[in-house]
Design a protein around this ligand. Structure first.
Ligand SMILES: [Mg+2]
Length: 126
């Protein structure tokens, strides 16, 4: 069984309702406890790599490119991008404790969702 399959099996076995705050708090705590973490430059570069993998997964999923030997998943790469972005945020705001960071990030996501919904409404009117 591959690491990916094992991770998916573990997640399925532990399946419980999860909310955004719980998930973000867990990611922030783990990244801040990681003694072998990448530097901020490394994390930012890694985010670029993950973004590239997401782009490639979208190209494969939509048939824009064909990569027969490449197992790629838009869902998986989306998760990688989100995790790296949260990791970067946790590194940039060291003066905020985990709870403060998650509260501010959650508020910002809510604010951005409202803004994003307004843009979608405007797009729908055209
Ligand atoms: Mg990836």
């Amino acid at each position: 069984m591959s690491t990916r399959q094992e991770n998916l099996r573990r997640v399925s076995a532990d399946a419980q309702p999860i909310n955004l705050t719980t998930l973000l708090t867990d990611v922030v705590r783990k990244t801040r406890e990681d003694n072998a973490a990448l530097s901020l430059f490394g994390k930012t570069t890694k985010l670029g790599e993950e973004h590239g993998e997401l782009c490639e997964a979208v190209l494969v999923a939509t048939g824009e490119i064909v990569k027969p030997n490449k197992v790629t998943s838009v869902m998986e790469e989306t998760a990688d991008v989100i995790l790296m972005a949260v990791d970067i945020c946790a590194s940039v705001y060291p003066t905020l404790n985990n709870q403060e960071l998650v509260e501010e990030l959650t508020r910002m996501i809510e604010h951005k969702i409202v803004k994003w919904e307004r843009l979608m409404e405007l797009d729908g009117e055209q």
